[in-house]
Ligand binder design. Structure first.
Ligand SMILES: [Zn+2]
Length: 452
C-alpha cells in the first residue's frame, strides 16, 4: 500500500519544506519532496499543519497512569514510599487500563515510538508484560517494553518494601523468556524488548551485572534510572562508596547499548563520559520539576554531543503524557538553569529546533533506532501533524518555535508505520471515551484494593 502525506510545512528533522510531502510504501518512506507529488492509494493532506517526524518517548512507566495525583508535594523518595504499597496491588486488568490510557494520550500528542519501563511485578500476578505488548499492538504504537525489576527490599537496605521485590534468578529467567517471545530486531520492528533493573537503590550490583550480561548475549538494550536526585547520590556514596555514574562504570553499564533516565546530577567529568561512551540520557523535565529533583544539564550534554532524548516519565510524577509539552518544558528549564547560573545568553541555552530534535532523532538514538526519528527515504513512516491555524497558533511567525513555545494540546493526525492512527485529533484504533471510563474504574479499584 502507498500513502502520500502532505502538509503546509514539512519538517524532516533537517529540512523545512513548504508544501512538502512524504511518499510511504508498506510502512517505509520511499521519497520526500515538495511541489507536485506522485499518485498514491491513500492521501493524507493537511495544509493547515506542520508535519514532522513522530515524537519518541524515551522514558515512561505506563502502569502509573492508574496512580496519578498521589503524594503531589513529595520528594522522589517520599513519593516512592507512598506509592510502592499501592503499586503492590496492581494486576493485569489495572495495567491494561493504565497502559491503554497512557498510550492513547501519547499517540494523541504526536508520539509514534515509546518505551515503557515496567518494574513492579507483585507476587502471584501474571500477564502484566503481555498486556503492555497487547495494548501497544491494539492502539498501533511502535513499542519498546522494558522488563524492569526490583530485588533489593527494605529488609536488605533497599528503598522498596519486600512485598514488591522479586528473586534475582526469577527476574533473569523471566526477562530471557520475554526476549524470546517478543523481541523483534529487524528494521521497521514494532516491538523490541529492553532489560531494565530499576535503579541503584532498588536492585543489587550483582543483578545489574547479570542483567547487562544477559542483554548483551541477546543483543538487546539496557535501561535504568540514574542520577535523578541527591538522595540517590547519598545512597550510592554511603552504600557503595561510589557516585551513581562511577557505580555504573564499575558495572560496565555504559555504552551505545545503554540509556539512563534523568542523568541530572552529573559532574563535568561524568557529562564527558556519558558523551564519550555514547550512553543515552532520557531527559524528563516535567517529572523532574514535579518532584523538585533538579535540572538536567541538557545544554552541556548537547554541546558534548551526547545522545539526549525526552521522556514523559510515569504519569504518577507527570499527570500529563504529552511529548510536545516536554519539548516546551525542556526548552524553558534549560533557559531557567542558565539564567540561575547568571548567564547573559540564557535564552539561547536551548532553541526550538534542538528541542524538537531531542524529541525525535535524540529519542530514537537512545532507543537504538537508526530507522526512526527523521523523515528520509528508507526510514519508518512515522509522522506527527500539528495544526497551526487554530486559536493557539494562527498567525505565529516561526512555526517550529511557536509550536515549542505554545505546545499543542493534541496532534491533528498521526501516522505510525504508514498507518493513520489519529485523524482530526481523534484516535482511530480505539474508543478514547471507553479508555477514559476504564481508567477511571481501574484507578478507583486500585485505590480501594490498597486501602489508602
Ligand atoms: Zn522513571
Amino acid at each position: 500500500m502507498t500513502l502520500l502525506i502532505r502538509a503546509g510545512l514539512l519538517y524532516t528533522g533537517s529540512q523545512e519544506l513548504q508544501g512538502g510531502w512524504v511518499l510511504a510504501r508498506d510502512g517505509v518512506i520511499a521519497k520526500v519532496g515538495s511541489g507536485p507529488a506522485p499518485h498514491t492509494d491513500v492521501v493524507l493532506d493537511e495544509p493547515n499543519c506542520v508535519a514532522m517526524p513522530g515524537l519518541v518517548n524515551a522514558h515512561d512507566h505506563m502502569y502509573q497512569w492508574a496512580t496519578r495525583g498521589y503524594a503531589p508535594d513529595g520528594t522522589l523518595f517520599e513519593w516512592l514510599r507512598t506509592l510502592y504499597p499501592i503499586w503492590a496491588h496492581i494486576d493485569a486488568g489495572i495495567v491494561r487500563g493504565a497502559a491503554r490510557a497512557a498510550m492513547a494520550r501519547l499517540l494523541l500528542s504526536g508520539c509514534t515510538l515509546s518505551t515503557d519501563h515496567h518494574y513492579v511485578f507483585p507476587r502471584g500476578q501474571t500477564g502484566l508484560f503481555e498486556t503492555l505488548v497487547d495494548s501497544a499492538r491494539e492502539l498501533g504504537l511502535r513499542f519498546h517494553p522494558c522488563r524492569g525489576s526490583m530485588s533489593l527490599g527494605s529488609s536488605a537496605g533497599g528503598l522498596p518494601p519486600d512485598s514488591v521485590v522479586e528473586k534475582e534468578d526469577a527476574i533473569l529467567a523471566d526477562t530471557e523468556e520475554k526476549i524470546h517471545r517478543f523481541h523483534d530486531p529487524r528494521p521497521g520492528s514494532m516491538c523490541r524488548v529492553v532489560v531494565a533493573p530499576c535503579s541503584p537503590f532498588s536492585v543489587t550490583p550483582q543483578l545489574m551485572r547479570d542483567s547487562s550480561e544477559l542483554a548483551r548475549r541477546h543483543g538487546v538494550r539496557l535501561h535504568t534510572h540514574l542520577a535523578e536526585t541527591l538522595d540517590e547520590e547519598r545512597f550510592c556514596v554511603e552504600r557503595f562508596g561510589r557516585r551513581p555514574m562511577e557505580l555504573m562504570e564499575d558495572l560496565e553499564w555504559t555504552g551505545d547499548d545503554v540509556w539512563y533516565a534523568h542523568g541530572i546530577h552529573l559532574n563535568d567529568a561524568e557529562v564527558s563520559r556519558v558523551a564519550e561512551t555514547r550512553t543515552g540520557i532520557a531527559h524528563c523535565p516535567s517529572s523532574n520539576m514535579r518532584l523538585g529533583a533538579g535540572a538536567c544539564r541538557v545544554e552541556d550534554l548537547v554541546r558534548a554531543q551526547a545522545r539526549v532524548g525526552l521522556g514523559v516519565d510515569g504519569s504518577a510524577s507527570n499527570e500529563e503524557s504529552n511529548l510536545s509539552v516536554e519539548v516546551h518544558q525542556a526548552l524553558y528549564l534549560a533557559r531557567v538553569r542558565a539564567g540561575i547560573l547568571g548567564r547573559d545568553d540564557a535564552p539561547r541555552a536551548l532553541d526550538a529546533r534542538t528541542a524538537w530534535r531531542l524529541a525525535t532523532a535524540g529519542g530514537a538514538e537512545c532507543l537504538g533506532r537508526d530507522d526512526c526519528g527523521t523523515l528520509e527515504p528508507g526510514k519508518c513512516a512515522d509522522v506527527a501533524f500539528f495544526r497551526v491555524d487554530d486559536l493557539a497558533h494562527a498567525g505565529v511567525d516561526d512555526l517550529l518555535a511557536g509550536l515549542a513555545l505554545a505546545p499543542p494540546a493534541r496532534a491533528e493526525a498521526v501516522v505510525v508505520n504508514g498507518r493513520v492512527v489519529v485523524r482530526e485529533g481523534r484516535l482511530l484504533t480505539a474508543d478514547e471515551d471507553e479508555i477514559a471510563r476504564d481508567i477511571g474504574a481501574v484507578s478507583r479499584r486500585l485505590h480501594d484494593l490498597s486501602g489508602v
